[in-house]
Design a protein around this ligand. Structure first.
Ligand code: NDP
Length: 231
C-alpha cells in the first residue's frame, strides 16, 4: 500500500490531495494546524486509511513530534503543500516595517518550513525510495515575472525553488526524488474567485505527473499539467 504524507491538509489543494489519494486506496497521513477544527478533513476518515496529526510547519517541536509519531512508516510521497500568500499590497505606500515583518513570516512558512519537514522525514521517504513534492508557484519563476509586484510571495517561492533544487541533489544518493509543482491558478481561499481551474483538475494533473516521474525528473519544476516551467 502506498503511503502519502500531506501538510496543510485541512482545506484547499491539500484537502483535495487527501481525497484523491484516499480514493486511489493509499494510506494518507494528513497534517494541519488544528485537527479539532478540521471537520472537512476528519470527515474523510470514512473514505479509507486516514491518520490526522497536528502540525504547524513553522514549529520545530511539532515537526519532530510528527516525524517521531510516524517513525516506522515508510513514506512513498511527502507533499509539502502548506503555504501562505502574505499581504497583498506590500511595499507600496504602506508601513514598510510591517511589510518587512510579514516577509519574514512568509519565508518561515513557504521556504524554511518545507526544508525542515523534508529533513525530518527523510528516513521514512528514503525507506520507500520515495518522492518529495513541493508545492511552489509560477510566481516564483524569475523568467515568468513580467508584471512585477508581489515581492514577498514571489521571493519566498523563488527561494523554495532553489532550496529544492539543492535538496534534490543532496538527497539523490538516498534514493529520494525531489520535485517542484506549480498547481495552476486554483479556486481556493488563496487563489480567490477569479482563479482558472478547480482543485480537482489541479490535483488530478499533479497526481498523474507524480505517477510518471523517473529519476531523470529529479530537481525539476513542473506545471500541474506536467509541462516544465522555466526557472
Ligand atoms: P489555502 O489558503 O486554501 O490553504 C493553505 C493551507 O496551508 C491551509 O491548510 C493552511 O492551514 C496551511 N498553512 C498555512 N500556514 C501553515 C502553517 N504554518 N503550518 C501548517 N499549515 C499551514 O491555499 P491553497 O490550497 O491554494 O495553497 C496550497 C499551496 O499551493 C500553497 O503552498 C500555495 O502557495 C500554493 N499555490 C496556490 C495557488 C492557487 O492559485 N491557489 C497558486 C500557486 C501556488 P490553516 O487552515 O491552518 O491556515
Amino acid at each position: 500500500m502506498k503511503t502519502v504524507l500531506i501538510t496543510g491538509a485541512n482545506r484547499g489543494i491539500g484537502l483535495e490531495f487527501v481525497k484523491q489519494y484516499l480514493q486511489e486506496g493509499a494510506r494518507v497521513l494528513a497534517t494541519c494546524r488544528d485537527p479539532q477544527k478540521a471537520k472537512a478533513l476528519t470527515a474523510l476518515k470514512e473514505m479509507g486509511d486516514l491518520q490526522v496529526a497536528a502540525l504547524d510547519v513553522t514549529q520545530p517541536e511539532q515537526v519532530d513530534a510528527a516525524a517521531e509519531r510516524w517513525r516506522d512508516q515508510k513514506i512513498d510521497l511527502l507533499l509539502n503543500n502548506a503555504g501562505v500568500y502574505g499581504p497583498r499590497n506590500s511595499f507600496g505606500a504602506n508601513d514598510i516595517e510591517a511589510d518587512m515583518a510579514a516577509w519574514e513570516t512568509v519565508f518561515r512558512v513557504n521556504t524554511m518550513a518545507p526544508l525542515r519537514v523534508a529533513l525530518a522525514f527523510q528516513n521514512q521517504v528514503a525507506a520507500a525510495k520515495g518522492t518529495m513534492a513541493f508545492i511552489t508557484s509560477k510566481m516564483g519563476s524569475i523568467a515568468d515575472n513580467t508584471s512585477g509586484g508581489s515581492i514577498i510571495y514571489r521571493t519566498s517561492k523563488s527561494a523554495l525553488n532553489m532550496t529544492v533544487k539543492s535538496l534534490s541533489i543532496d538527497l539523490a544518493p538516498r534514493g529520494i526524488s525531489c520535485v517542484l509543482f506549480h498547481p495552476g491558478w486554483v479556486l481556493t481561499d488563496m487563489g480567490g474567485p477569479n482563479a482558472l481551474i478547480d482543485v480537482t483538475t489541479s490535483v488530478g494533473g499533479m497526481r498523474a505527473k507524480i505517477d510518471q516521474l523517473t529519476t531523470k525528473d529529479r530537481g525539476k519544476y513542473f506545471n500541474y499539467d506536467g509541462r516544465e516551467i522555466p526557472w
